[in-house]
Design a protein around this ligand. Structure first.
Ligand code: TYM
Length: 334
């Protein structure tokens, strides 16, 4: 009895790069999980904007601060609550970078070069294959392990990075007698939100791929109108392409029963996509409208956001500093 009262809370860490406003993929894959854990009293939650990770791919220095702020605004509007979660900006907690350097001595270059996420970026930006890109997952491991967080709410695309984080935790534990947890992903229903284009996942870098949390009902309708479809009927429900995307979004926003209904229609009398898209647009908007209303209120008080971030950095640094000191001691530095 007494023991459970004093049991330490488990820590959670997650982050999103500072690439501007959030889309439904970020929301369903990451933020929804962040919200669930924030509201569970067994967890102590740390949520950051990964501005340092943003520097590894082409970006505009002039826009970075504003893009960081946009993510914070979306966090707060979606319901992340500074009373319950520590909300901060990665670069305000320099301990992450120091820890990343120390961790980098425990992984081989070959291992990092073989990561699918690294290879993707090399393909996407052949002119910009920088060392930061190779170090990306090591910094992410530092983000997570600075808080010794066993649980990380993210989409499925981050799994290779979590695998590296577990490897680093194991190596550091074995080599230096530390006791890092081996973090796992906190999985949400929307762990993979497909692109509106019908190809790949919803991503900011792909034109016409995303619906943003700040989109109006009209904008959502216009975007859905462009999602490619077919005649509406056939012998097999498509598992890829625009129709598959629409059905996935129906399931996520209107429920599994509604998806099944459409699947039956596809195999029978046929789907009328104009009706499906209209209903889907309404359902998506219904979910994000309250977020937009909260954003409008928050936008009236910029100093509130500043206070949240200052306080968040202080709280995060206190924890990260402790871990860093422990690691430095175990490695013989202090
Ligand atoms: P980023 O900025 O690419 O994406 C942020 C979060 O959104 C999720 N996500 C998706 N989920 C489902 N469907 C999609 N289409 C989709 N697109 C994006 C991502 O899985 C992610 O959870 N490396 C991270 C940022 C990061 C981080 C961390 C995350 C830095 N340090 C520590 C967790 C812990 C990233 O690039 O996320």
């Amino acid at each position: 009895m007494v023991e459970s009262v004093y049991m330490a809370k488990k820590r959670v860490l997650s982050g999103i790069r500072a690439t501007g406003r959030l889309h439904l993929g970020n929301y369903l894959g990451a933020v929804k999980g962040m919200l669930v854990l924030q509201d569970n009293p067994d967890y102590e939650t740390f949520y950051m904007v990964a501005d340092l990770h943003t520097l590894t791919t082409p970006y505009s220095p002039r826009e970075l601060k504003n893009n960081t702020r946009e993510v914070v605004m979306d966090y707060l509007s979606a319901g992340l609550d500074p009373e319950k979660s520590t909300i901060f900006i990665q670069s305000y907690v320099p301990e992450h970078v120091e820890l990343a350097y120390l961790f980098s001595t425990a992984v081989s270059i070959a291992r990092m070069q073989h990561l699918p996420t690294y290879k993707e970026k090399v393909k996407q930006y052949p002119q910009n294959v920088n060392v930061g890109l190779l170090n990306y997952p090591i910094l992410m491991a530092a983000d997570i392990l600075a808080y010794k967080a066993p649980l990380v709410p993210t989409g499925i695309d981050q799994e290779p990075h979590l695998e590296i984080t577990r490897e680093i935790a194991r190596k550091m534990n074995e080599k230096y007698g530390l006791s890092f947890p081996e973090p796992t992903r906190f999985v949400t229903e929307g762990e993979y939100v497909p692109s509106l284009t019908g190809e790949g996942k919803m991503a900011k870098t792909v034109e016409g791929s995303s619906i943003y949390l700040t989109d109006s009902l009209e904008a959502i309708k216009e975007k859905l109108a462009k999602t490619p479809t077919d005649s509406g009927r056939g012998e097999k429900v498509p598992e890829k392409g625009g129709v598959a995307t629409l059905l996935e979004l129906v399931e996520l926003f209107e429920g599994g029963a509604e998806r099944e209904k459409y699947e039956k229609m596809y195999l029978g009398e046929g789907i009328r996509y104009s009706e499906l898209k209209e209903k889907l647009a309404q359902a998506i908007y219904k979910e994000i409208e309250p977020i937009q209303k909260r954003r409008a209120v928050l936008e009236k008080d910029p100093s509130y956001v500043e206070r949240v971030l200052e306080d968040g950095a202080k709280r995060a640094r206190a924890v990260a500093r402790g871990t860093l000191d422990e690691v430095k001691k175990s490695m013989g530095l202090i």
